[in-house]
Structure formats: C-alpha cells, structure tokens
Design a protein around this ligand. Structure first.
Ligand SMILES: Cc1cc2nc3c(=O)[nH]c(=O)nc-3n(C[C@H](O)[C@H](O)[C@H](O)COP(=O)(O)OP(=O)(O)OC[C@H]3O[C@@H](n4cnc5c(N)ncnc54)[C@H](O)[C@@H]3O)c2cc1C
Length: 533
C-alpha cells in the first residue's frame, strides 16, 4: 500500500529541496511521463499540475494504445513504427491497465477489403516482435457472427486486426504514484503562475500557487519543462508575452453507450467517415465508447464541451453501421478532449493533415516545451525531452531507464470480469479494506458496479481531493454514466469530507461544483450549452 501518496506529506517533502533538477509543468500523460523519466535517471524532480492529474486531454482519449492505422494510410511509417513499439512496452509495463483488443473493419467493397487486408499486414510487420496478434481477413458470415449489431446490407466481409485498449486517467494516476515511489514530488491542484528568471533572462524556476490554500511558493530549478498540452501557449507567453501561438486546439468528442450497442468483445473501426476520418466503436468498462471528431477551435478550456453537430455526426455515422439505432436518449455520457496540434502555417491546412508527431521547442530563456504526440508514445516523448535537457547542459548525463519500468499496480494476471482488476497489485489491498469494513463493499449506485471502497481508496491512496477527482479520473463513473455520477455525488462527498476532515459547507460546495461540471457530460446539457454558446 502506498502511504507516500499523500498530498500533505508531499508538500512537507517539497520543503526539503532548495533547487530542483527538473520542474515539470503539467500533470497529463506528457508531464507525468517526463517526471517519471527524470526521477528514474536520478534527478530531483517536481511536477506541478494546476487541476488534477489527467484533468486535461489525458482522461479524454479514445482509450487506444495504438500505432495508428490511419497514420499508416497517410504513409507515416516512422510514426507508426515508433508507436507500435511503445504500444508493446506499455502492455509490458502497465499490464493491469492495457490489454490486447481485436478490431474489425467491416468492408462493403471488394477493393476496400483487399486494401485493408494488405495495409494491416504491413501494420503487423511494423509491430515486429511486439505484435498484438496477426491480422486476418474474414468472410461475411464470420463478420456477422463476431459483430452481432452490425448492418449486413452489401457487407462483403471484415478485416480483423489487433491494437491495445487502456484506461487513460488511471494510468496517469498510477504513473504519478510510481514517480512518488521513486522519490519525486508530484502535486495536483498546484498551478504555475509565472516563470522566474535571472538577470540574463534565463529561467531559474517557477512561482506557483497551492489552489487549496492560496499559498504561493517559489521553486528554483536547473530545468523547467512546459508539458501543458493545449495550454502550451499560455506558458510560452509567461516566458515571452510576444510569443506566437504554437498550438491550435482541435476538439474530439466521444459518446458512451450501453453495452447492448456493441455486445461482443470486438471493437469496430470505420476507416472512412463522411469527413474522411476514422470512427471507433470500442468496448470499454462494460460500455461502448464511440468517437471521435476533429473540430478546429479558436480557444481552449479545461472543460471543453461537445458541440451539437459533433454529437449528431457520431450518431449519424454509428447508425449507418449498427442495427440497433442510437438516439441522443441512449447516450450515457459525452466527453470532449482537445488535441494540442501544431498551429497550421496557413488557414487551408486541415487538422487531420497536420503531423501528430511530437515536437520539442527550446526557448531563448532555456524553457523546454514539448507539444503534440499521443498517449501511446508518452514514454518516448519523455525520453526525448530529458535527452534534450541533458544535451542543453542543464543536467548531468544519465541513461533513460523507463523501457522496462513497471508502473504502479502492474499485474496482468487478474480476472477482467471483476471490475476491480484495474487496481492491479492494489486489488488485494482493496479487498482487505472491504473485509475489515464490510459496508465499504456496498455499491455506490444500484445500476453501477463501483463500490464505496473505491472512493475511500481514491482519497487515501490516489490523491483525490474533490468529487470530480474521484468520479472522473479514478472511479470513472462520470465518463460511463453522467446521470448516475450526479446521483451518487452526495455519497462520495460524505466519504471525502470524512477522510479529509472537512465541514458541511465544504461538502455542499463540492456537490454543487461537481454537478456544474457533470452537466457537460449529459447530452441534454451539452446540447443546450452548444446552442447557447
Ligand atoms: C479526442 C482525442 C482522442 C485521443 N485518443 C487517443 C488514443 O486513443 N490513443 C492515444 O495514444 N492518444 C490519443 N489522443 C492523444 C492523447 O490523449 C494526448 O496526446 C495526450 O493526452 C496529451 O497529454 P498532455 O499531457 O500533453 O496534455 P494534457 O493531458 O492536456 O495535460 C496538460 C496538463 O497541463 C496542466 N496545466 C496547464 N496549465 C498549467 C499551469 N499553469 N500549471 C500547472 N499545470 C498546468 C493542465 O491542467 C493539464 O492537466 C487523443 C486526443 C484527443 C483529443
């Protein structure tokens, strides 16, 4: 059990270091990956996250650990090869959260069938020794057998291939735990307000505020790394108010439906939607996740909202493929995420054509910024970033150690029919907790599998500080069933208040704050917001 993962204790520990080797701004996949790379090379590492770990894009992905079949179609072989390699490492290193998943591309033209079969053979070859399974071409009858809700009119057959599926924000939490276990200080609800500089205008640290207490701190560091995703430009402007925007946010939304829409174990990949993108229908935590879209935006926010037309687009596309008709009333949750894409050089450049590989920028002040990439390649992005910091002479040389590094909880042997499998090696500890206090074995909601014990666990051992921290990123109810999440908010608030020693007023405020956020995940509310914005 990880008793070190305690915010108060970490703030105490923070005072023991006068100069950090590395300060990471941002606690998404990229920042946490960098903190992990840094601490395991032996550097004194501090990570500051303004909200919660994975509050941004890193909890809002399509849940794929993948090479990117669509990048293959674009001929981006190196990007695919790199991601397939990282996919294999992720399965080894976080085996409790990453699993092999079969995808079927239903084909309606023989030519398409042929092309996808060949393309996916190349995908297999590129994955080399870290293959997730051989792709195969299947007949119409077998396609229908595997995908019971697939429309069969004009269906020719299917192409099966394998990729990975994961729980994104739980991996982020487990990465934060691993960082702490290795000696780093990583803090959520701690926002960077400004960059500190010396008389030569070189970065020497950051000024940050503890959002819980309002207390501000100054931290000195040899290297400061900006890993803030769609917030990259905000930090770059702290460095140089005249800096050009490097990021253009592109929104992608997902709808979550009941499992009956995708009852089997296979996922569906629609290779070409009306706007030339791919659409995934993926079985996830006993529900079906459908997405995504690609909508260029002019602004970013921590809580982006799905637009009416994006919701309609996914429903319309899904209904072309599924026999069970999807309506807005079927949507259990809708969530939106923002891709931190490199800003197009000219207005004609479409987002899907912009490179999705990562980029490291070194500012004149010495600030190191990492942008782009994807969840699957977080480890390589981190390795490249720390290598760059070493190359700049800000850190003594040390080799990367994360290729075979197990993430907290890694244990792939648990039975996945028990939803608690995602806790991996912590599973036993949660069971012990329930044995000691049987009331913790109660479900939070009659229609949900999640238990009271999971909330307690999230607060005690996973640094959850708010209802949203619990229900969005640790116990993923908000993403799976937003209405149920709102219904259980008071129960969760009670457990939090008890554990954190808070009063009734705090509890009430928590419930009201959570409901405000959770409404964005309800389709009526998000449609309303879209209309009124
Ligand atoms: C719709 C969609 C689907 C995707 N699907 C997949 C997929 O299936 N598989 C895959 O591999 N990749 C996928 N991706 C890509 C992947 O999710 C992202 O590349 C990744 O999550 C980006 O992580 P990040 O850490 O860079 O950004 P974020 O997760 O956004 O993290 C940045 C963090 O910085 C924090 N921050 C900002 N300002 C400050 C400050 N001043 N002080 C402190 N902290 C600050 C924010 O609060 C935030 O938590 C998808 C992306 C999108 C948008």
């Amino acid at each position: 059990m990880n008793k070190a993962f305690n915010r108060g204790g970490l703030i105490q520990k923070m005072h023991n270091t006068s100069v950090w080797d590395v300060i990471v701004i941002g606690g998404g996949a990229t920042g946490l990956g960098i903190a992990l790379d840094s601490i395991t090379r032996g550097y004194k590492t501090l990570l500051l996250e303004r909200a919660d770990f994975a509050k941004g894009t890193s909890s809002r992905s399509t849940k794929l650990v993948h090479g990117g079949v669509r990048y293959l179609a674009q001929g981006n072989i190196n990007l695919v090869k790199e991601a397939l390699y990282e996919r294999g490492l992720m399965l080894n290193n976080a085996s409790h959260l990453v699993s092999r998943q079969s995808f079927i591309i239903p084909t309606y033209k023989w030519w398409d069938h042929f092309i996808y079969t060949i393309g996916l053979k190349i995908y297999d070859v590129l994955s080399g020794k870290l293959s997730f399974g051989k792709s195969i071409s299947i007949r119409k009858t077998e396609t229908i057998e595997r995908l019971q809700t697939l429309r069969t009119r004009k269906l020719k057959g299917g192409v099966v291939y394998y990729d990975g599926l994961f729980d994104d924000s739980r991996l982020a939490i487990n990465m934060a735990q691993t960082c702490i276990e290795k000696g780093a200080v990583v803090l959520n609800h701690f926002r960077v307000l400004a960059l500190l500089k010396d008389t030569d205008s070189c970065i020497t640290g950051v000024r940050a505020v503890d959002e819980e207490t309002g207390k501000t701190y100054k931290f000195d560091a040899n290297a400061v790394i900006n890993a803030t995703g769609v917030f990259t430009d905000d930090i770059l402007k702290m460095d140089d108010p005249a800096a050009q925007n490097k990021i253009r946010p592109s929104q992608g939304i997902h709808l979550v439906l009941d499992k009956s829409f995708l009852p089997g174990k296979h996922a569906i990949m629609v290779p070409k939607t009306d706007d030339g993108r791919v659409l995934f229908l993926v079985p996830w935590h006993n529900r079906a996740v459908l997405g995504t879209t690609d909508t260029l935006l002019d602004s970013h926010s921590l809580e982006p909202k799905a637009r009416e037309e994006e919701i309609d687009f996914i429903i319309k596309t899904a209904n072309r493929y599924l026999t069970k008709s999807v309506t807005k009333g079927d949507v259990l949750s809708v969530f939106a995420g923002l891709r931190p894409l490199a800003a197009p050089k000219d207005k004609s450049e479409k987002t899907k054509e912009i490179s999705r590989s990562h980029k490291i920028i070194v500012s004149k002040s010495g600030l190191v910024t990492i942008t782009g990439g994807k969840w699957t390649t977080y480890r390589k992005m981190a390795e490249d970033t720390i290598n760059k910091v070493i190359e700049l002479g800000k850190l003594p040389k040390a080799l990367c150690k994360t290729k075979g590094l197990h993430i907290h909880g890694a244990n792939g042997t648990l039975d996945k029919s028990d939803h608690l499998y995602i806790y991996g090696s912590d599973y036993k500890e949660i069971q012990k907790l329930i044995k000691k206090h049987p009331d913790l074995g109660e479900r939070l909601h009659p229609g949900l599998e999640f238990l009271k014990a999971e909330v307690l666990w999230a607060v005690r051992y996973e640094m959850a500080r708010t209802i949203e921290d619990v229900l969005a990123r640790r116990v993923r109810v908000l993403f799976l069933d937003a209405k149920a999440a709102i219904e259980i908010a008071p129960k969760v608030a009670r457990i939090l208040a008890n554990e954190l020693n808070k009063d009734d007023l705090w509890e009430k405020q928590q419930i009201s704050d959570f409901i405000k956020v959770a409404r964005n995940y309800l389709i009526q509310a998000s449609s309303h917001n879209a209309w009124s914005s």
